[in-house]
Design a protein around this ligand. Structure first.
Ligand code: AMP
Ligand code: MG
Length: 487
């Protein structure tokens, strides 16, 4: 374990030069205080949790102090937002403080979101509010605990600095960790501004640092793009299987690493709803739950366009063609596991789609259903959940199919089925209303709830004593929260 002042910086992205990022110093927020920290995220930097209690911790992650070896930078990028191209975005309120090499040799970006204005701030104030910082923190850490690839969040620092959104709120900063902050939009920027040299440099940088194994292939760029397609297919399958809606899948929010990135008005489903739209400014449902699959492919095509100087259009098309079948295979596999099935059968996809249709009609809670199906012997569990459905006859027929299906598996005891299911079906999920309760307390200066919620979500598959209230259906008010898109 190291101390905070012993971090080993190696600022590779900053060394690419001023065409890629601009030097900017963080602008401190007033009366900074630690809201919440993630032990497991800090461990990525070899920091033990006690470091978060040091005065230096709050100072550096609120912009008051800086390591001598840090080199804070605002990165330039552009991107397709809701389908339209915005030629210049860039870090308008987040700074890459530097890159830290840990004892395992991994390099992690320290990205401080809400660090003040930059040349890319346009009309914005460079700030992030406490509410959205807590949401990003909780979501990153909850997804990680579910096993979904994501950027991480090490801490949230609150302050007394006022910021204006719909009303006056308080500024906060969240320390995001990721192995890269390069986005699809980073490539698009150099492509559309016709800077072929820089585009090539960026690609070579990403290849060398993040896809070094692709350099051994005959066509490294194509190998890298193909792997990005593969990673996205796996990622989106996990989002769909766990009911996670990102909300703003603009290409500037798509990580080149294929991880969940840049959280906005995200939500986990409560009741199952294919058409669920978590972003209230998404009037056409471009980023609705079920559209995440075709949109991910659309975004890969946008990235492919920016890579046409290096990869033939035919090869790019072929790689993009891998997305849907790979996605489907991952998704089918995850859903099979959620149902406790150990081997594949031809009709499994139909078994899942029939179930989802019944859940859709009945407005059945997506998470509790799978958890409860693993709570008891199958026939008993089916009887227990059937009242949640509206089409009870339909559900009973499905239940018969399910019982026959699991009876055909020769894979151990009923007890093992339940254990298998509990290992993949979370009991605790970051429902919007849980985040909202924690935020409301934090806005009043009480950080206990956000800390407790974070602890509960860090171990989502195991029942925790005294935490039953986090494993309930949401109250009616909690299902229809309008999450502000401002952040
Ligand atoms: P986001 O919605 O957070 O992905 O941001 C989209 C773009 O708007 C990025 O270029 C951000 O840096 C910029 N942005 C968002 N909020 C602010 C803000 N409060 N001040 C400055 N820039 C912002
Ligand atoms: Mg963004």
């Amino acid at each position: 374990m190291s101390a905070l002042d012993e971090l080993d910086f190696d600022n590779r992205f900053a060394r690419l030069g001023d065409a890629f990022s601009t030097s900017v110093l963080p602008e401190p927020i007033d009366e900074p205080r630690l809201v919440v920290a993630s032990e497991s995220a800090l461990a990525l930097l070899d920091l033990d949790p006690a470091q978060a209690e040091q005065p230096l911790f709050v100072e550096v992650f609120s912009g008051h102090k800086l390591w001598a070896d840090a080199d804070p930078r605002a990165m330039v990028y552009s991107g397709h937002q809701f389908g339209g191209y915005t030629p210049r975005l860039g870090d308008g309120r987040g700074l890459l403080l530097g890159e830290v090499r840990n004892q395992a040799g991994e390099v992690w970006d320290l990205h401080l979101k809400g660090a003040g204005p930059t040349p890319f701030s346009r009309m914005g104030d460079g700030r992030a509010v406490l509410r959205s910082s807590i949401r990003e923190f909780l979501a990153s850490e909850a997804l990680h605990a579910l096993g979904v690839p994501t950027s991480r969040a090490a801490c949230v620092i609150g302050s007394s600095t006022p910021v204006w959104r719909e009303t006056q709120e308080r500024a906060a900063m969240v320390l995001r960790l990721a192995q890269s902050h390069v986005r699809f939009g980073s490539f698009e920027y150099f492509y559309y501004t016709k800077q072929p040299e820089q585009l090539k440099q960026l690609g070579e940088y990403v290849l060398a640092n993040h896809y070094p194994h692709c350099l051994e292939q005959a066509e490294p760029w194509l190998a890298m793009f193909t792997e990005i397609v593969e990673r996205n297919a796996g990622l989106i399958a996990q989002w769909q299987a766990y009911g996670f809606c990102h909300g703003v899948m603009n290409t500037d929010n798509m990580s080149i690493l294929g991880i969940t990135f840049d959280f906005g008005p995200f939500a986990f489903l409560d009741d199952f709803d294919q058409n669920f739209i978590c972003n209230h400014s998404d009037h056409e449902g471009r980023y609705s739950y079920s559209n995440q699959v075709p949109i991910a492919q659309w975004n890969l095509s946008a990235l492919a366009q920016a890579l046409t100087p290096f990869i033939s259009v035919e090869a790019l098309r072929e790689a993009i063609g891998l997305f849907l079948p790979l996605y489907q295979a991952h998704y089918d596999d995850l859903m099979r596991r959620r149902l406790g099935l150990t081997c594949a059968e031809d009709d499994d996809a139909q078994l899942v789609s029939q179930l989802l249709q019944l859940m859709q009609t009945g407005g059945v809670d997506y998470h509790l259903f799978f958890r409860q199906l693993g709570d008891r012997p199958a026939a008993e569990a089916l009887r227990h959940v059937r009242d949640d459905f509206i089409d009870i006859k339909g559900f009973d027929a499905w239940g018969e199919r399910y019982l026959t299906r699991i009876a055909r598996q020769d894979d151990g005891s009923e007890q093992q089925r339940r254990e298998r299911m509990h290992a993949v079906n979370p009991l605790y999920v970051l429902r919007n209303y849980l985040a909202q309760n924690a935020i409301e307390a934090a806005e009043k200066g009480d950080y206990e709830e956000v800390r407790r919620l974070h602890r509960v979500l860090s171990d989502p598959f195991n029942e925790q004593a005294g935490m039953a209230q986090y494993a309930q259906r949401p109250p009616d008010w909690g299902k229809h929260l309008e999450i502000s898109c401002s952040s």
